[in-house]
Design a protein around this ligand. Structure first.
Ligand code: UDP
Ligand code: G50
Length: 460
């Protein structure tokens, strides 16, 4: 294994600057873990207060596992929510962090040894550039979604969004994306997400590189298009360093459902979870419940009732009602807590994943070879759903629309679960992706080589 201090005599010092939400924090900490294994010195910039308890718990677990990491605590300045045209707490936090970064100027310039590289979240590109340019540090963005989504991000400033003659955005070398599949805030005037997306997208050429949790086996064509100027001329190198490996420090203290899975036959259980960013409506929860029961399969279902976990107080019985709860517990396990998703997906009893298509979850399913039934809820998830259906890692029922907007009946859910669980084609293709993913992360694999190349460059 390469060591960052062998060639140059000093340790490569990298600062990592994640933004809000587990979908952003998790990949940063996985990257951090990899860099530590390569002997880098790390400064982790943590924004306070975080939106969710899940984020504070994960940061604590990470820092206790790696006491050598330098935490740079940063207090976000209060944001007037009326400027944001959104009530999404994560979008408000993105913006609040962006507006507060100037306070990091002096603590970052005081870091010792001086930084070799600064890696900022995809939602912090303009602010990161401000810091890195003033301090003359190479700056990289960690893109927390698919390469397909990255091509949209890069091309978006040139897309004719308001052209009424077309319902699509045509991205050179990639293809057409229906406007209805875009992150919905991009279709709303003056949305805070739209502003950040457009403002940062215009500036990606100023980055030294873009790191992405992607791999050639799934998105080789898109990665090549991005790196050969076919999507847009002058992009910085897009460096695929996926699949990211889930690590032990992430394991929650809560009791795990693994024991329950241990007693069940191979590929007999459906795992259902919709990520950390959205709550499922009460009506949809009831339909999903009856769908799971009617599918005939056993299931492990993680229910999320509130967007922000700190506000999630009601018990499952209250949410489901006594009758449904009784039926559910006869066939499956229902939880309303943070679970160890990587371990569940890697369990031999799990044969399918009803997934919102948050990119981390998609890559975890690929790494474990678990077929997906895609059910996008918000944001980039419909673009990811279309991609996994095209690549055969999963199926996507387009008519279901956005989970946050449409109600899908239980009977329909049950039928589609059966279809996923019985599909030989999906199972084979998912297993193929698992094999490729394992090759990529082996010593000497594509992921390993990319990381070593980065550290070599940073240590010059
Ligand atoms: N996750 C987990 N346990 C949970 C919920 C989520 O470990 O109960 C992890 C999941 O494995 C993934 C991340 O949290 O690594 C969520 O990121 P993703 O991009 O999939 O979706 P988001 O939560 O941002 O919508
Ligand atoms: C989080 C989220 C909604 C959402 C996305 C999130 C993405 C990811 C890509 O990560 O689409 C991305 C986000 C912001 C940005 C550039 C790229 O400025 O809650 O859609």
């Amino acid at each position: 294994m390469s060591s960052s201090d062998q060639s140059s005599g000093h340790q490569t010092h990298v600062a990592l600057f994640p933004s809000a939400g587990m979908g952003h924090l998790v990949p940063f900490l996985r990257l951090a873990n990899t860099l530590l294994r390569h002997n880098c010195k790390l400064t982790l910039i943590t924004s306070h207060p975080p939106v969710s308890s899940a984020e504070s718990h994960l940061i604590s677990r990470f820092l206790s596992a790696f006491p050598q990491v330098n935490e740079l605590k940063f207090h976000i300045l209060p944001l007037d929510p009326s400027i944001a045209n959104s009530d999404d707490p994560f979008f408000l936090q993105f913006e609040a962090i962006r507006r507060s970064v100037h306070v990091l100027n002096s603590p970052i310039s005081a870091l010792s040894p001086p930084l070799s590289a600064f890696v900022c979240d995809v939602t912090l590109i303009s602010s990161g550039l401000l810091l890195a340019t003033t301090l003359n540090i190479p700056i990289y963005a960690l893109f927390t979604s698919s390469a397909k989504m990255l091509s949209l991000f890069a091309y978006y400033p040139f897309a004719k969004m308001s052209d009424p003659s077309t319902d699509f955005i045509r991205i050179p070398a990639i293809g057409s994306i229906p406007k209805t599949s875009l992150p919905p805030p991009l279709l709303i005037n003056n949305s805070i997400f739209g502003k950040i997306f457009a403002q940062d997208g215009q500036r990606i050429k100023e980055l030294n590189g873009i790191l992405i949790n992607a791999m050639d086996a799934i998105e080789g064509d898109t990665l090549t298009a991005l790196n050969t100027g076919k999507v847009l001329n002058g992009l910085p190198p897009v460096i695929p360093i996926g699949p990211f490996l889930p690590r032990d420090f992430e394991n929650p203290d809560a009791k795990s459902p693994i024991k329950w899975l241990d007693n069940l036959p191979p590929r007999s259980v459906v795992f259902a979870s919709f990520g950390s960013r959205t709550a499922t409506s009460r009506d949809q929860i009831k339909e999903i419940g009856s769908g799971l029961v009617s599918s005939g399969y056993r299931f492990l279902w993680v229910v999320k009732d509130k967007v922000v976990d700190k506000e999630d107080k009601e018990g499952l019985e209250e949410i489901m009602g006594e009758e449904l709860m009784k039926k559910l517990t006869e066939k499956g396990m229902v939880l309303k807590e943070w679970v160890n998703q990587q371990e569940i997906l890697g369990h031999r009893a799990v044969g399918g994943f009803i997934c919102h298509c948050g990119w981390n979850s998609v890559m975890e399913a690929a790494l474990k070879g678990v077929p997906i039934l895609a059910w996008p809820q918000i944001g980039d998830q419909m673009i990811n759903a279309e991609l996994i259906a095209k690549k055969g890692l999963g199926m996507w029922v387009e008519e279901w629309g956005w989970g946050q907007k449409c109600l899908v009946k239980g009977e329909e859910v049950g039928g589609r679960i059966k279809e996923m669980m019985e599909s030989e084609a999906l199972r084979k293709q998912a297993a193929k992706f698992r094999d490729e993913a394992i090759k990529a992360v082996e010593v000497g694999g594509s992921c390993d080589k990319a990381i070593q190349g980065l550290i070599r460059m940073w240590s010059k």
